[in-house]
Each structure stands twice: as structure tokens, then as C-alpha cells.
Ligand binder design. Structure first.
Ligand code: NA7
Length: 538
């Protein structure tokens, strides 16, 4: 598939990653600004996060008509999603459709992982090396590596002795995994684990779920889209484009402006019931104060806990599943298809790791303090070294030989999640400090990519060679990120990957910007309209 001339060493821009961010950045810089660009991608096809996430049940939790690029009217008219939430295979088909429509693959170097990126101050360029020892140089380096692309397999004693097979959901084999006649153990009950459990339980001989922290989940109510809805979306894409820009999370629904305290108990229950029936992330939008007020949040949390207790017939399982220690939506709220119902099957078991922790893995399976579980396959649905992991793994070295690992020893420091002090001409799409994972990603991505395009266009026209942020801007932005986060319940949750708390030893800093996309967009637009005076341009 690679048609890249490897003897061609010099580029204007190197973009790392061929997911939603990388593809659109290529369109913007190559086709709109006429720049000479190369995309470097580890996988053998486009897709980014969705290239790797092929686990059973993998499906986006944003509704399909919003999980789309909105930059091209033509594209919006040409592509038709089939289900309310797009599954992983359909998303890859979509991304291939985009890549073919805009003829992107000819500028993507597949099967190459960037293993180092070093800024050369004398030559004002980035020197990039791939795992195949191929070197390139470029004026700009743009990371489009995703926020959840660094799979985390916890270091559990004895894993290397396991004689069966084990897989991480974020690194799933391309040809799938058969669970037929297999005894499967799954560790992790985040958004991923909750999607995988029902599908694995359908196929496997037996499934044991190892749960550390009980989690909320709301039914997704996924379904095929009606022909009427497909037509509606194509006719009304301009309305949706505006709506997605306006809502705080870039989702196609408004957050209600009523407070929990505005309604009586019965009305509140009816509102939750209706939202539960409708399904999806909009459950979180039932009231305006669910993620800011502990008391308000408790009403939603209790509603879901009751639903779990009503649904799960095995009382022991119901107690383990509903013993949730954090506020609803304090962690990324999962949505599911038959998750709690699956615990009513007779081929499933649930282990509460809080009262019965894993002590080791041996050749036959998982040993907990109280029991041994014989297994043929272990599925790690254990999440990611989120947001910073993919960047730190790339061995990025800036000015004065400053390593990104050193610059971020105490946690990520960025201006707007877009630039890091000491790393000139490097832009980080959806980097830490940007709204990213708290939003519908393609909408956040389009905003970042277009801002970067406009900034580079400005530099080209004014003949600037370098752009760089400074420590003061990064510190002030870090304070803003903290301030807005502290107005919500999000930083109060233990083990949250928003804080980096799921990775042992990782500095705990609240990473995404919780102030909402419209506010963030305004900050970025003001900087652009002010000719990027907050940056040093030379
Ligand atoms: P998450 O949300 O980080 O969930 C990971 C799960 O794995 C969660 O239940 C963790 O328990 C559990 N986990 C992690 N490490 C361990 C160890 N060592 N032992 C037992 N259990 C463990 O990742 P997901 O892939 O589900 O979701 C990531 C995002 O992808 C999601 O929000 C969507 O945006 C898409 P914990 O809660 O930490 O106790």
C-alpha cells in the first residue's frame, strides 16, 4: 500500500497518526495550504484508535450523525451511517471512504512507528526516526496520536507464565478472537469492558468478570437507523453543524438548564425514566447540575443503582455491581447493550477484586486471595495511559535537548493543549489541556486542526520560521484547566484516568479541559484574531 518515496527526506510537515486528526490535518495543510506533508502511521491502514479497537462489542458512544467530519458538505451528503452508534468496522469503512475521497493514502507511510523526534535548532527542523530506521526532516511536527492509544496491561505477577492467550482490548488481533468453548476471564469494567462482556458471554463457554471499581452504565439503545432519520440528517446537516459547535461537549443534544432542586421527586423520577428509555449519554444532560453538585448527582446515581438492583437477579452480583464509590459521570460514563442483563446468564461469574484481589496469574489462570480461576483466555479491558502516554512514548526532544519526559515530570504542561514550551513548531492535536476526551472527539479535532492550519497559514504569509509558547502561558493555562475542573466533581474520583490515577507512578494532574468546547473555541479564536501574540513568533 505504501507509495511513499523513502528517499524523500524533507517535508514541510510531518503528521504522526492516520486517525480522525491526522487525516483532516493532511487535507487542511496539503490541499488547502499546498504544503508538502507526510503522515506516519504505525498500523497498515487508516483508522487511528479505531484501527486498534476491534474488541467484541467495540462501538462509539457518540451518535453516528455527530461522529462525523463536518468540514465537507459533500462528504456529509455522500456518507450514510447504518446504526444509531457506529460500530468499529463501520467507522473504519468511513475513514477509508474519507481517505479515498480525498486521495490521502498516497501521502501516508503505513507500518512505520515514530520512535524519536528531535528538534534541530540550527536547521530549524524536526528530525524524525521510525522503527524501521528511516529518517525524515520537517519544519513542523504535528502529533495526531489520539488520547487513548497507549494500551495499559497492568503488571500482574506471573502473567508471563500463563499458558493460554491474553489480549488487550485496545490492541485487538485484526482477525478477531474465537471464544467458542473457551473459559474467559475479563479484567476491567470501564466503557470498554462493559461493551465487551455481553458479546463475549454470548460466545464463550464461560466468562468470569474481575471488577475492581463498580461502574454506572446507561442503556445505549442502539438500533438500525430508519430511512427517515437518514434523510433527516442529510437535509439538516447545517443545523447539526451549528448545534455541535454550541453544546459544551460537542454532542447533538442540549444539556437541560433546570436544576435537580427545581423539580419535585416524582417529576425527577419521570425525567430520569424518560432519559433511561431514550438511552445514551444524554442521560447526563437531564439536569444542569449533575456534574457540579454532589446532592444533585446523588439522585442520578441512586436512580442507576436502583436500575442495577432491579435488573440483576443474582443478589450477590447485584450488590457488587451497585456498590459504586464515585458520582455518576465523575468518570467517563459508559453506555451499554445488555450489560447488567448479561449477569442473569448461567455462564457468567463476577469477582469483586476489592474484597478478593488478584494475587498472581499462573499457567492455568488467575489466582485471587480466596480462589483460583482456570482460564483459556484473559481479556484485559484495563484502559490506557491516557493523553500523555502516546506523546511520551515517542521520545520527543525539544530545544536545548529537553526531553518531553523531563518537561512533563510533574505532569503535562501545555498552552491550550496545543503547544509545549521548549518544543517549537510542534503542535499536539487534542493534547492534554484541551477539551478532547470530555467531548465528541471529531468536533474537538476539527477545531484544533483548523486552528493549526490557520496558524501555519499566518506564519507562511508573514514568513515566520518558528512559533513557540512559553512556561508562563503554560502555567496560566494549567491553572485555568484546574480551576474549571475544580468546579465539577470530576477531579474527586479515585482511579480516574482523567487524572492519570489509573497508571501507577503517573503524576496526578487533571488533564482534559472541562470548560466546554464553545468557551475553549472562543479562547483559541481570540488568540488567532490577535495575530497569535500570546506565542513567540520568529
Ligand atoms: P478505563 O475506563 O480506564 O477502564 C479500565 C478498567 O480496568 C477499569 O474498570 C479499571 O478499574 C480496570 N483496571 C485497570 N487496571 C486494573 C488492575 N490492575 N486490576 C484490576 N482492574 C483494573 O478504560 P476503558 O478502555 O474501559 O475506557 C477508556 C475510554 O475508551 C472510554 O472512556 C471511552 O472514551 C473509550 P478501576 O476503575 O481503575 O478500579
Amino acid at each position: 500500500m505504501n507509495q511513499i518515496n523513502l528517499n524523500n527526506k524533507e517535508y514541510d510537515v510531518i503528521i504522526v497518526g492516520a486517525g480522525f486528526s491526522g487525516l483532516y490535518q493532511l487535507i487542511c495543510l496539503r490541499d488547502q495550504l499546498g504544503m508538502n506533508c507526510l503522515v506516519v502511521e504505525t498500523g497498515d491502514d487508516v483508522g487511528g484508535t479505531w484501527y486498534w479497537n476491534r474488541y467484541p462489542g467495540a462501538r462509539c458512544d457518540t451518535e453516528s450523525h455527530a461522529y462525523s467530519y463536518y468540514f465537507s458538505d459533500e462528504l456529509l451528503k455522500e456518507w450514510t451511517w447504518s446504526e444509531r452508534y457506529p460500530g468499529h468496522a463501520e467507522i473504519r469503512r468511513y475513514m477509508n471512504f474519507v481517505a479515498d475521497k480525498f486521495d490521502l493514502k498516497k501521502d501516508i507511510l503505513f507500518n512505520h512507528k515514530v520512535t524519536s523526534a528531535q528538534y534541530n535548532e540550527d536547521k530549524i527542523c524536526w528530525e524524525i526516526t521510525t522503527n524501521n530506521k528511516i529518517n525524515f526532516r520537517s519544519k513542523f511536527l504535528i502529533t495526531a496520536v489520539g488520547c487513548l492509544s497507549n494500551a495499559n496491561i497492568p503488571k500482574i505477577k506471573g502473567l508471563e507464565n500463563f499458558k493460554g492467550k491474553y489480549y488487550h482490548t485496545g490492541n485487538w488481533p485484526k482477525n478477531g478472537v474465537s471464544f467458542v468453548d473457551k473459559k474467559v476471564g475479563q479484567i476491567g469494567t470501564g466503557s470498554t469492558g462493559i461493551q465487551a462482556v455481553p458479546v463475549i458471554a454470548e460466545e464463550a463457554k464461560h466468562l468470569t468478570v474481575f471488577q475492581r471499581t463498580a461502574n454506572y452504565s446507561v442503556p445505549a439503545r442502539n438500533k438500525p437507523l430508519t430511512e427517515n432519520f437518514k434523510i433527516h440528517v442529510k437535509e439538516r446537516f447545517k443545523y447539526y453543524r451549528e448545534l455541535l459547535k454550541k453544546t459544551p461537549n460537542g454532542h447533538p443534544f442540549e444539556i437541560s438548564d433546570r436544576l435537580v432542586a427545581d423539580v419535585q421527586e416524582q417529576e425527577m423520577q419521570e425525567i430520569y425514566e424518560k432519559a433511561w428509555e431514550k438511552g445514551g449519554l444524554q442521560f447526563r444532560g437531564s439536569f444542569s447540575d449533575l456534574v457540579t453538585n454532589v446532592e444533585a448527582n446523588k439522585t442520578a446515581s441512586d436512580f442507576i443503582k436502583n436500575k442495577i438492583n432491579e435488573t440483576v437477579l443474582n443478589k450477590k452480583f447485584a450488590a457488587i455491581l451497585s456498590d459504586i464509590d464515585h458520582p455518576y459521570a465523575g468518570k467517563r460514563p459508559p453506555i451499554d447493550t445488555n450489560y447488567f442483563e448479561t449477569y442473569n446468564r448461567d455462564n457468567i461469574n463476577l469477582v469483586d477484586l476489592r474484597s478478593n484481589p488478584i494475587t498472581q496469574i499462573d499457567e492455568k489462570g488467575i489466582q485471587t486471595e480466596k480462589e483460583h480461576f482456570d482460564l483459556d483466555i484473559i481479556v484485559f479491558a484495563t484502559g490506557y495511559d491516557a493523553m500523555t502516554g502516546p506523546l511520551l512514548n515517542m521520545n520527543i526532544v525539544g530545544k536545548n535537548n529537553l526531553k518531553l519526559q523531563e518537561a512533563w515530570e510533574e505532569g503535562p504542561k501545555t498552552f491550550l493543549g496545543l503547544q509545549v514550551p521548549g518544543f517549537p513548531n510542534m503542535f499536539t492535536i487534542t493534547g492534554p489541556g484541551s477539551p478532547s476526551v470530555l467531548t465528541n472527539m471529531p468536533i474537538a479535532i476539527e477545531q484544533h486542526v483548523e486552528w493549526i492550519r490557520d496558524c501555519i497559514d499566518f506564519m507562511n504569509k508573514k514568513e515566520y520560521s518558528t512559533i513557540e509558547t512559553d512556561a508562563k502561558s503554560a502555567e496560566e493555562w494549567g491553572n485555568e484547566v484546574n480551576n474549571v475542573a475544580n468546579k465539577t466533581l470530576l477531579p474527586t474520583v479515585k482511579h480516574s484516568w482523567y487524572l492519570g490515577a489509573n497508571i501507577p507512578g503517573k503524576p496526578q494532574v487533571f488533564m482534559p479541559y472541562a470548560g466546554g468546547l464553545p468557551r475553549y473555541r472562543d479562547v483559541c479564536e481570540n488568540i488567532k484574531n490577535n495575530n497569535y501574540k500570546e506565542f513567540s513568533l520568529n
